[in-house]
Design a binder for this molecule. Structure first.
Ligand code: FES
Length: 58
């Protein structure tokens, strides 16, 4: 996995990972469940990359 800054993270093939969206994780970019302690609430779901494309480019 490569983040927006170009940092590479080597993951086991087939590994499931959760990315931090709350900003509180001490293991960013991965979630460490800190969101539970800071009561982070994000009811919206992430879009798949194809869904995130502007309609005119699909
Ligand atoms: S989403 Fe940030 S620690 Fe889980």
């Amino acid at each position: 996995m490569i983040d927006a800054d170009g940092n590479e993270y080597y993951l086991q093939e087939g590994a499931n990972v959760a990315l931090c969206r709350c900003g509180g994780s001490s293991t960013k970019p991965f979630c460490d469940a800190t969101h539970k302690a800071n009561a982070f609430d994000a009811p919206e779901r992430a879009l798949c990359p194809l869904d995130a494309q502007p309609a005119e480019t699909v």
